[in-house]
Write a protein that binds this ligand. Structure first.
Ligand SMILES: Nc1nc2c(c(=O)[nH]1)N[C@H]1C(S)=C(S)[C@@H](COP(=O)(O)OP(=O)(O)OC[C@H]3O[C@@H](n4cnc5c(=O)[nH]c(N)nc54)[C@H](O)[C@@H]3O)O[C@H]1N2
Ligand SMILES: Nc1nc2c(c(=O)[nH]1)N[C@H]1C(S)=C(S)[C@@H](COP(=O)(O)OP(=O)(O)OC[C@H]3O[C@@H](n4cnc5c(=O)[nH]c(N)nc54)[C@H](O)[C@@H]3O)O[C@H]1N2
Ligand SMILES: [Mo]
Length: 927
């Protein structure tokens, strides 16, 4: 752009050339945005952190006119302004930079100078190179290492952490690690102790990494410019495996743990993964992940990986060829279909697998085999969210995007523990709360975010409907609801209002064990906020009144008009990396790909014409089995064959004894897995699939964002992508399906799923697109902007009902157990238990209130017996005031304990989602 073209906009000059400036940017940000070759070097800057201005390497000359007097300013700190002249590489600036870098070097242990550029140059070494420093002219003074505490062998390294190592002799006091811990993760584990020359970074009260409260997100190691904090594995490999002369390849992909959908940058050499970091330009996670995404990936080439198809022969799972396995399966499945009909077969797909793989599995069940018996883990997770939000709004997915947290002025968090389960989003919520955004937490447990809440409504598990109705009561009776929104955009309000106002607040407060004044204050504050976002999790859904509680949240959102614009909305924190996608792709028994009701004539015709079905009599027209119904049907002998792709139902479904009995009664259990999970151990045929690091496809995160998954390494020897396995099987069953390829599969999906219309592999780009995506490729960040998908939003009233679990078993088993997850482990734990996360957390522990512990003579860290009407387990108790009297809490990650031996058969009335969150149990010490 010439100087004349831009005379109308605000401009500044960089080394004599004019560029337009943007409101509020610093000189550094300006110079990086206009991208000249004159890079300004920096040490303490990280674009994700607040400007710090301590290293002064980014200094530039600044003048008001081209020839005016110049002043030296820190570019990271100084705002650019109209007409400013910036000189980034004047002689005196270059000299200043050299001096600074030499001073920094003089403080560090002896370095080899000049630095040889290599493929693995650190950020600091690059600055040394860029500033042209080839020698240090200053005398070596007292070394910073001199003042560091020493290990017994005289070294200064802290190697207590499985993933990160700290060597402060390499520290240049840029404080990026401290700021990353504060500003990105919000953990405040790192700080600076001492002053001047003696200043050094400490963890907690100057303890080792493993003794500190570090949550191992790795943000410090990722930002450290020198290697003072490094990834252990990367460092080990540098000494052995990595070829230093060869640059590492990097592959961008999406994490396969939770539904946040963090982008990952995988560094690879010779088909081996060297490290994983978070790309800074990722819209979802902007250079941040939790320890699972960043570090818990070495399961991918663990020796326990399955590497051959296995068929049970004479009672033993025996390695066979793929062809043998396919022939065996095709014969068996076709024989079962011929004898018992297509509905004697069922499939469970995997929310850990790609959209394309999920789509293929439901296609195999519906199109090739002819049954709607297909479901996925959304059943045991957020099926009530999908159902409830469909009833209220017409679409069962998050209405807004996580980036809206930037705009919101109020947060309502119900039954979700995102600092453990969705850590990158959890950290964002925590940052907001720490900076003063009001927060309501409704949770029976004092979660980490509850500590930051203005109102922690610590209800009894199972009483959400009571508390949410109380909130609605106060919002209506205090007349703080949004009358115009209610009038213009909703229906059935009058009946709802009458029912709510007839409720007795004292009765509900006593049912839920909450203080009605606190509920009132919180409800009014929520209603009065200009823009409030609500988030919810399994503490809402996994209940007998799960779907109803969802509709109660939707009622509150409509009452307060918090829908249809930025910074508001109803946002389920979807669980698995691709649970949103698995349901979108039709892995549900009542809705096909794109959520079309499978029983409606026009939808049946739609699918039949897409799949060019000639034999229309064989097309399934009835709703298939939901997962709990599959187990019941197997037990009753009606279901004969079950195909499970990547779900460990034996460990994760409730009432394990019942699950095992059901699976044992099948004629054929097929499991597509990467490990011999508890379920795979029971299978007749096991097929070795591939992990997300070994395949292409797409995952859809909890904000409807479809993102590209790119293979970083090829499938482990002997394994195939899950998509290819299903394709092979479809062919073996006599259906011609082309080989698995992400882009052609996506093309087929975009023709069937209406809200994928404009999605192609090419146009997904790095940051994906949020559905619905119109044919022209326009995506949607906010749903229900001008009208709801169903037209008007619909109010629903439900009265609180006590769970049948408590009614039937509460007397004999007087404690209520609620089960959740911890940060370090993921669901069945097949993956995280095969990483060093196991060194950080190695068992499920049971939290018990101090009063209960005393009364039951249970000591902290002692073994207890936990029993219910279904079964019993023994585990370690931790005495904790995080739970109220009468409430127990644990996780379900370790098969040695198998917590689902004690959980029960009660399910949500509308969707059959299990009630994992309310289990009547007894407890006693093990003597
Ligand atoms: N580290 C890690 N991350 C994960 C997972 C993992 O296993 N480990 N799993 C992933 C999956 S599949 C999912 S679905 C998500 C789940 O993530 P979340 O939805 O956060 O699920 P949970 O932690 O099981 O439960 C959330 C909260 O509900 C509370 N709760 C229990 N009963 C009630 C109740 O009656 N009312 C209310 N209001 N709250 C209640 C619990 O105390 C808990 O704090 O996490 C995903 N992310
Ligand atoms: N007590 C209790 N139980 C619960 C819950 C609870 O809160 N409390 N929560 C429930 C919830 S929300 C959920 S979603 C379920 C989750 O239950 P699951 O879906 O059973 O749990 P995951 O550990 O995610 O298991 C997925 C399986 O897929 C395998 N896998 C991973 N990647 C791939 C792949 O690419 N291909 C193939 N073929 N396999 C792969 C893993 O090895 C693992 O065995 O657990 C439920 N169980
Ligand atoms: Mo889940």
């Amino acid at each position: 752009m010439s100087n004349q073209d831009i005379t109308n906009s605000k401009t500044a000059f960089l080394n004599g050339v004019a560029y337009p400036i943007e409101q509020g940017e610093s000189i550094l940000a300006f110079s990086r945005r206009v991208q000249t070759s004159d890079n300004i070097p920096t040490l303490c800057d990280d674009s994700r952190l607040e400007p710090y201005g301590s290293c002064r390497v980014c200094s530039v000359d600044v003048a008001l006119t081209a020839d005016g007097p110049r002043r030296v300013m820190a570019s990271c700190h100084t705002p650019i302004s109209d007409g400013m002249h910036v000189f980034s590489h004047s002689q005196r600036i270059e000299k200043l930079r050299k001096n600074i870098v030499e001073l920094v070097l003089s403080d560090l242990p002896e370095q080899q100078l000049p630095i040889e550029p290599s493929a693995h140059t650190t950020e600091f070494e690059q600055v040394v190179l860029d500033t042209g420093v080839t020698e240090v002219r200053f005398a070596k003074g007292k070394q910073s290492v001199d003042s560091l505490p020493k290990n017994s062998d005289g070294t200064v390294e802290d190697s207590s952490h499985p993933y990160m190592r700290m060597d402060l002799s390499q520290c240049i006091d840029c404080n990026r690690c401290v700021r990353a811990c504060d500003e990105i993760q919000g953990e405040q584990v790192l700080s600076v102790s001492g002053r001047g020359f003696d200043a050094r970074i400490i963890k907690g009260q100057d303890v080792s990494f493993d003794e500190s409260d570090c949550v191992s997100c790795g943000a410090c190691a990722q930002t450290c410019p020198t290697g003072a904090i490094t990834d252990v594995f990367r460092q080990q490999l540098a000494k052995t495996t990595i070829n230093e002369s060869q640059p590492l390849d990097t592959v961008r992909t999406v994490c396969s743990y939770c539904g946040v959908g963090c982008n990952l940058e995988v560094s690879v050499q010779d088909n081996k993964i060297i490290s994983i970091q978070a790309p800074k330009d990722a819209e979802v996670n902007a250079g941040h992940t939790c320890l699972k995404g960043r570090y818990a990936w070495r399961f991918y080439n663990h020796p326990d990986r399955l590497t051959s198809p296995l068929v049970r022969i004479n009672g033993e799972l025996t390695p066979v060829s793929w062809q043998y396995a396919y022939d065996y399966l095709a014969n068996k499945m076709l024989a079962i279909k011929a004898e018992h009909g297509a509905d004697a077969l069922a499939g469970i797909s995997s929310a850990r697998c790609t959209n394309e793989e999920n789509y293929l599995l439901q296609k195999m069940m519906r199109v090739v085999l002819g049954t709607n018996n297909i479901d996925c883990c959304a059943r045991v997770c957020h099926s009530p969210t999908a159902y409830g939000m469909q009833q209220s709004f017409g679409t069962g997915a998050a209405t807004n995007s996580i980036e809206d947290l930037k705009q919101t002025e109020f947060i309502l968090l119900i039954g979700a523990n995102p600092t453990a389960a969705h850590p990158v989003t959890g950290a964002k919520i925590k940052q907001k709360a720490m900076k003063g955004t009001p927060l309501i937490v409704i949770d029976p447990v004092k979660t980490e975010l509850a500590r930051f809440a203005n109102w922690h409504i610590q209800l009894r598990p199972g009483t959400n409907v009571a508390v949410l109705n109380m909130m609605a009561y106060y919002i209506i009776s205090e007349k703080v609801f949004d009358t115009s929104f209610v009038e213009n955009r909703t229906e059935e309000f009058d009946a709802y209002k009458a029912a709510i106002l007839a409720l007795d607040m004292d009765e509900l407060a006593s049912i839920a064990d909450v203080d009605k004044h606190m509920v009132k204050e919180a409800a009014i504050a929520y209603a009065k906020a200009n823009n409030a976002m609500s988030f919810h999790g399994l503490g809402v859904t996994e209940h007998s009144q799960g779907s109803r509680a969802i509709m109660c949240i939707a009622d509150l959102v409509m009452l307060t008009g918090n829908i249809g614009r930025k910074g508001v909305g109803m946002n389920p924190l979807r669980g698995q990396n691709n649970v949103q996608g698995a349901a979108d792709m039709g892995c549900q028994p009542h809705q096909g790909a794109g959520y079309l009701d499978v029983t409606q004539a026009e939808n049946i015709e739609y699918y039949q014409s897409h799949y060019q079905i000639s034999d229309k009599a064989n097309w399934p027209v009835n709703i298939g089995y939901k997962i709990p119904e599959m187990f019941n049907a197997a037990l009753a002998g009606e279901l004969k064959a079950l195909w499970i792709m990547g779900e460990d139902v034996v460990q994760t479904d409730p009432n394990q004894k019942h699950v095992v009995a059901s699976l044992s009664n099948l004629e054929l259990l097929v499991v597509q897995e990467i490990f011999l999970s508890e379920t795979a151990k029971m299978a007749d045929v096991v097929l070795p699939g591939s992990s997300f690091l070994e395949k292409d496809g797409t995952f859809t995160n909890g904000e409807r964002r479809v993102q590209k998954v790119n293979a970083a390494v090829p499938p482990k020897a002997g394994c195939k992508t899950d998509g290819q396995i299903v394709v092979d099987m479809m062919n073996a069953l006599g259906y011609a399906q082309a080989d698995y390829s992400a882009d052609t599969m996506l093309e087929e999906i975009s023709q069937v799923v209406p809200f994928f219309a404009g999605i192609t592999w090419q146009n997904l780009g790095d940051n994906g697109l949020q559905w619905p995506v119109a044919k022209d490729g326009t995506d949607t960040k906010i749903l229900h902007a001008d009208s709801f998908t169903r037209g008007l939003g619909k109010f629903h009233f439900y009265e609180f009902e006590e769970s049948q679990e408590v009614l039937s078993h509460g007397e004999a088993f007087p404690f209520i157990l609620t089960t959740s997850r911890n940060l370090e482990h993921y669901n069945a734990g097949t993956m995280t238990r095969r990483t060093a996360n196991e060194r950080i957390v190695s068992e499920d522990v049971l939290l018990i209130n101090p009063e209960d512990a005393k009364q039951k003579a249970i000591e902290d860290r002692s073994k207890v017996r936990l029993f219910s009407a279904r079964g019993e387990i023994e585990l370690t108790a931790e005495v904790s005031d995080k739970v109220n009297k009468g409430i127990l809490f644990t996780t379900f990650h370790f098969p040695e304990l198998m917590i689902n031996r004690v959980t029960g058969d009660i399910t949500d009335k509308h969707t059959k989602c299990p009630e994992y969150k309310v289990v009547s149990v007894g407890i006693e010490p093990v003597i």
